[in-house]
Write a protein that binds this ligand. Structure first.
Ligand code: ADP
Length: 794
């Protein structure tokens, strides 16, 4: 121990270790190993295979933990299924009481949990004590409140059922809380698999569940590795999967669940930009960078790992940053003055090391401060890489370590282009003293969370989640609750009108005609113009009585690509004022209304519907178009109540380009019910109408043509719905896909969409005339929530 006089002279930190005796004692009582927590009890730790859990800071063994088999998963899912029957029937108030009790118990044991987390993960005690564990308690308190309010705030919604939840090692207990709290509040039961590197706080949490008397089976914890997770993903008794982890595994899960109908939320990787403009407060920005990339050793999915700095101030900022890096303390995670702890595992350390070497080889200048790094354990020095090219490996891939890569830009437009030049879209940080510039940039960034002059702010009241390959779904806030709820009673719905037998694929059943021979063919509608299908063929549309009533273009992959390209040029639609969109949709509704009779005749000829049925369908389509025109400027966001002196804006943003595959039932009403909410919220749409009855939709483009809808905002491609849906699902520029065509295989669409991880809504067959084919759920599904955090004050 340094003498007090020396300390005063050097003003250096002395050792400040946090005591861990209580955790060591707890681990000692589990010397025989930890079993799984299933049906309210721990299983025999000696019953099956097990694996070791070590402290990454010193490599010492902490515990042996059971390695879950498919049978263990099966038993846990059965327990959760049994528990669901009574848990879901409890009132929200009753469930809320349990959540409050959990929150209180977490607070009561906060020091124990913080120390255990630090020992298991290697992250500094300062962070587990001040961030992880307080946020865990906050999530349970917040969701206890949602449980109370569920019936009044989410009328018509019900819990999904058994939720399988798979979490990573970087925020073990916090990720558990993010997943379990909303699941329970909404009335679901859970089987959770923690990461193999860090399962211990989840097991301590299981003890808390027992202490508060949570009914058996409501929470089940099965420990294990990737194959245990895969067994949970595959289990038929699971109705919802929530995953946080790597994009690669997210993609595997998307593919594995394709067509299963399981509700899915994915929170995946990131390469988040940290943008510093020349009018930023540079000292604050430097502290922001410390939090952005050296918090949790940079093992943070939303880490600000890509520094984009305006050219004129780059060298100044780098100099300040390098000076600050010299004062960072890397060392024992249990020391209260440690800034950067141990990386979670030797594998992770090797990955970080090799990526930094790769960056160096690719020409980056690598800076590491001359600070002491412990000789043993998995420690890595804070690292700044400058002179990085936007296309170099370290600028593109997620390093998941304490490594910052820096690039420069000249103008705000260039900053936005560089920031968005990534497959990911989880978070971004914008630094400027000019609020209008900051908000302008925030609105143009394609990411789920934006922090203005701040970084890594989290709160249970605000949604967290990504755009693009960072996944879909939100955790936290009102928007996060929807992930654990489904609308309606879950019973299959009737079809609208008696339309006769349906066929899905015109190419298999219909007469294909070379297009040159006829001029009555309804063309495709692409980029605001009628277009001949690339194939040069059309197909015969026959009535239910077998009579040919017209010809429709046989669209193919090329036509979809053209439509998506045209949509890409119509970006102005999302940026237009909502009022402007509303006016255009009103005009569209009026034009549809004035041509009702033509549409009625068309429907009757195609489908054999009675006069009354056809009139009803057209009238409903007109009303629905007005409905969404009315809603175009009313799908408001929110200001979340997060921390004090923060405005946290939850903005409903359009996806961009959406694919919409329409049903055969209600050929006009189904089309309108899907296309209108997507357009009203600012998306551009490539629609595939009913294959069998496409002509109501092709007539519709005459309405579009005369209603001031800008070119490319709505394209209509007729043909084989299954083939066209697959092309839409495959397409990287299509950001979201709705499939309501029962002839199109949901599995095929889900699988194909795993490329860019677009959210897919396989919507089934709602009663198109009824209330469940219209409303806020459609607007919600057509948008993604972007949370913009704006702290204020000096
Ligand atoms: P990371 O790179 O953060 O370790 P992973 O995606 O590998 O992220 O792991 C996150 C979680 O996913 C862990 O709990 C891990 O065991 C689990 N996991 C890994 N592979 C699979 C899989 N194929 N199916 C389901 N879960 C998996």
């Amino acid at each position: 121990m340094a003498h007090i006089k020396d300390v005063l002279n050097s003003m250096d930190y002395g050792p400040a270790p946090e005591g861990n005796e209580h955790v060591v004692a707890w681990l000692e009582t589990h010397k025989a190993g930890f079993g799984h927590f299933i049906d309210g009890k721990f299983t025999d730790p000696g019953a099956g295979k097990s694996f070791k859990v070590t402290n990454p800071a010193d490599g010492k063994l902490l515990a042996r933990v059971a390695d879950g088999s498919a049978e263990d998963i099966d038993r846990a899912v059965s327990a959760a299924t049994r528990a669901f029957k009574s848990w879901s029937k409890l009132s929200g108030h009753q469930r809320g009481r349990y959540l409050y009790a959990i929150a209180r118990n977490v607070q009561k044991r906060d020091r124990f949990l913080a120390v255990l987390e630090t020992m298991d993960n290697g992250k500094p005690i300062r962070e587990t004590r001040d961030i992880d564990i307080p946020l865990v308690a906050r999530h349970f308190y917040h969701h206890a409140g949602w449980a109370e309010l569920l019936e009044s705030e989410f009328p018509g919604y019900r819990p999904v059922g058994v939720c399988g939840q798979i979490i990573p090692w970087n925020f073990p207990l916090l990720m558990l809380a993010w997943k379990i709290a909303p699941a329970l509040a909404a009335g679901n039961t859970v089987v959770l698999k923690p990461a193999e590197q860090t399962p211990l706080t989840a097991l301590a949490f299981a003890e808390i569940c027992r202490e508060v008397g949570l009914p058996a089976g409501v929470i089940n914890i099965v420990t294990g590795e990737g194959d245990t997770g895969a067994a949970l993903v595959a289990h038929e008794g699971v109705q919802k999967l929530a995953f946080t982890g790597s994009t690669d595994v997210g993609r595997i899960i998307r593919t594995a669940t394709a067509g299963s109908g399981k509700k899915l939320s994915l929170e995946l990787g990131g390469k988040s930009p940290f943008i510093v403009f020349d009018d930023a407060d540079l000292d604050s920005a430097v502290e922001g960078l410390v939090d952005a990339i050296w918090f949790n050793q940079g093992e943070v999915c939303c880490a600000g790992s890509r520094l984009l700095v305006q050219e004129g101030i780059a060298e100044k900022l780098y100099a300040k940053l390098r000076a600050r890096m010299e004062t960072l303390r890397v060392g024992s995670p249990l020391d209260k003055s440690t800034d950067i702890g141990a990386v979670v595992s030797t594998e992770q350390l090797e990955r970080i090391t090799s990526l930094v070497e790769k960056g160096r080889a690719e020409g980056a200048e690598v800076f590491q401060p001359s600070i002491a790094i412990p000789g043993t354990g998995t420690f890595f020095a804070p690292t700044l890489m400058t002179g990085v090219e936007p296309a170099s490996t370290v600028a593109v891939v997620e390093i998941f370590g304490p490594v910052l890569v820096a690039m420069t830009f000249r103008t705000p437009d260039e900053a936005v282009a560089l920031a968005n030049n990534t497959r990911f879209g989880l978070a971004a940080s914008v630094w400027s003293e000019n609020i209008s510039r900051s908000l302008d940039v925030a609105s143009r960034l394609k990411a789920g969370v934006i922090w203005i002059n701040a970084t890594n702010l989290f709160d249970a009241a605000a949604g967290f989640g990504g755009y693009r390959e960072s996944g879909f779904g939100r955790e936290g806030g009102r928007e996060g609750l929807f992930e654990y709820l489904v609308l309606g009673d879950g019973k299959p719905k009737g079809k609208t009108a008696a339309m006769g037998a349906l066929v899905a694929a015109p190419s298999a059943t219909a007469e294909i005609v070379a297009i040159d021979e006829v001029d009555r063919t309804a063309k495709l509608f692409i980029g605001g113009k009628q277009a001949r299908p690339d194939s040069g063929y059309s197909y015969a549309v026959t009535s239910s009585a077998g009579k040919q009533v017209g010809l429709a273009g046989l669209g193919n992959r090329k036509d979809i690509r053209n439509a998506v390209e045209a949509a890409g040029k119509a970006e102005g639609w999302g940026a237009a004022t909502a009022h402007n969109r509303a006016q255009i949709l009103y005009y569209l509704a009026e034009n549809l209304s004035s041509r009702s009779e033509e549409f009625e005749a068309r429907l009757r000829a195609m489908t054999g519907a009675s006069k009354r049925q056809a009139a009803e369908e057209v009238a409903a389509a007109v009303r629905r178009t007005f409905f969404y025109a009315g809603f175009a400027d009313k799908h408001d966001g929110a200001v979340h109540s997060t921390k004090s002196r923060h405005v946290t804006l939850a903005m409903n943003e359009p996806f961009g380009i959406m694919g919409v595959v329409c049903p055969d039932e209600a050929p006009l009403l189904g089309f309108v019910s899907l296309v209108m909410p997507a357009l009203a919220t600012g998306n551009r749409v490539v629609a595939v109408p009913s294959s069998r009855y496409p002509l109501a939709a092709t007539d519709f483009y005459q309405i579009v043509d005369t209603s001031d809808v800008p070119d490319g905002v709505l394209s209509i491609v007729t043909g084989n719905a299954a083939e066209l849906a697959k092309t839409l699902a495959d397409h990287d520029e299509v950001a979201a896909l709705w499939n309501f065509n029962s002839g199109v295989d949901a599995a095929l669409v889900d699988k194909a969409s795993s490329g860019n991880l677009k959210p897919v809504w396989n919507g089934g067959s709602p009663d198109w005339q009824g209330g469940d084919a219209q409303g806020r759920e459609y607007l919600r599904r057509a948008t993604q929530v972007k949370n913009i955090w704006v702290p204020y004050g000096e």
